[in-house]
Design a protein around this ligand. Structure first.
Ligand SMILES: [Zn+2]
Length: 63
C-alpha cells in the first residue's frame, strides 16, 4: 500500500499493491516518477519510482 499526499491540498489517499504495480509498469524508459492526479483538486502529483518500489514487497525490475 502506498500512501500519497497531495502537495497542493494535502489530501491523502492510497494505492493498493495492484495499483502500485500497475503504475510502475506503466512507466516508460527514462521516466523516474509516476504522475497521478489528486482525486480532490486534480493537480498532478509526481511520485518517485523509489517510493513506488518501496511500497511493493518485491518490486519487479523491468530491465
Ligand atoms: Zn489535491
Amino acid at each position: 500500500m502506498l500512501k500519497i499526499s497531495c502537495f497542493n491540498c494535502q489530501w491523502s489517499w492510497s494505492l493498493n499493491q495492484e495499483a502500485t504495480q500497475a503504475a510502475l509498469d506503466s512507466l516508460g524508459e527514462g521516466e523516474n516518477y509516476y504522475a497521478t492526479e489528486c482525486p480532490k483538486c486534480r493537480r498532478l502529483n509526481k511520485i518517485p519510482i523509489k517510493q513506488l518500489k518501496r511500497a511493493l514487497p518485491r518490486a519487479r525490475d523491468k530491465k
